[in-house]
Design a protein around this ligand. Structure first.
Ligand code: 13P
Ligand code: SF4
Length: 302
């Protein structure tokens, strides 16, 4: 491992490169990255960088967002197989059909979507700002997709009418965290605070003390009075929670909540992508121009 780290350092020394990693990345990838964060923080960091090359250790839609915001930079992804299954569930035609049925509604999409869908959106949002974005839209009716669980959260948290496309889009990793798992863990740790991601099913959200994004969890747990927490998200996030909230204890609500796609990046693949400067994340120019408007609207409203 030390040899690979050294080779990565040598390779990056000669290049103006920024390494970004999502909170679910393997610990060794997080440790070598210049910045680790949630989807919103990564998009904002990508928008602000003056690096010529961005290496994105996250899933496809995150790397695409960085590429859309940086048409003149090279965005590299260590393993192009890191494809978010949730983002695959929404198609441009679904949005067009729904828009036809509801011409006055605005389209607000979860950032977990592909560029061709974002190109049809009025705005995008992430788990850290979704309810603020819903309220910031001009229309009282919002076409939202693809996450059904986040949509249920927005119905509860906002005053707007939410139409979800497709009807049952979900994240397989979060959707399998059950209210039964949480009940079992609450019996084992009765004093623990409960913090979950809005991609969890509504029954789990309803039992939580706080529902927030991955980085929102870190802020909440730092400030909260509890010394231990039950966490409802991808298990890899416990690495950051433990290192940022020293002395506090964290337990996953479900040990099996793993996102295999997020785990595809490794130090060896990072070394290779820096050496070859490929694979490059490419978004068709006309699609990127339209999608950029929706992403920039979110960045300006946040
Ligand atoms: P965050 O933006 O909260 O990090 O979530 C991204 C994601 O894909 C959750 O599964
Ligand atoms: Fe996609 Fe779920 Fe993995 Fe997040 S955890 S990248 S939503 S599959």
């Amino acid at each position: 491992m030390e040899r690979v780290k050294e080779r990565i350092e040598n390779l990056r020394n000669g290049k103006n490169v920024l390494i970004l990693a999502h909170n679910y990345q393997r610990p060794e990838v997080q440790e070598i990255a210049d910045f680790v964060g949630d989807s919103f923080e990564l998009a904002r960091t990508a928008a602000e960088t003056d690096a010529e090359i961005i290496v994105f250790c996250g899933v496809d839609f995150m790397a695409e967002t960085a590429a859309i915001l940086n048409p003149n930079k090279k965005v590299l992804i260590p393993d192009p197989g890191a494809i978010c299954p949730m983002a695959q569930l929404l198609f441009p035609d679904d949005l067009k059909k729904e828009k036809k049925k509801n011409p006055d509604a605005e389209v607000l999409l979860y950032v977990n979507t592909l560029a061709d869908c974002k190109a049809l959106a009025d705005c995008v949002c992430t788990s850290s700002n979704a309810s603020v974005m819903v309220e910031a839209m001009d229309s009282e009716t919002i076409i939202f997709g693809p996450d059904h669980n986040l949509s249920r959260y927005l119905e509860k948290q906002t005053s707007k009418q939410i139409i979800t496309v497709p009807e049952y889009g979900l994240c397989p990793t979060h959707h399998q965290i059950l209210d039964d798992d949480l009940l079992t863990m609450k019996i084992k740790h009765p004093e623990a605070g409960v913090v979950v991601h809005p991609e969890c099913v509504i029954e789990v959200q309803d039992m939580a003390d706080h529902v927030t994004s991955t980085s929102g969890m870190i802020e909440y747990c730092k400030e909260a009075k509890e010394e231990e927490f039950l966490i409802g998200t991808e298990v890899g996030h416990l690495h950051r929670l433990k290192s940022e909230c020293k002395g506090k204890r964290f337990y996953p609500i479900s040990e099996t909540a793993v996102c295999p796609q997020m785990k595809m990046h490794s130090l060896k693949k990072l070394e290779r992508v820096l050496e070859l400067e490929k694979p490059v994340v490419v978004v068709q120019k006309d699609v990127a121009e339209k999608a950029r408007r929706a992403i920039e609207r979110m960045l300006s409203l946040s």
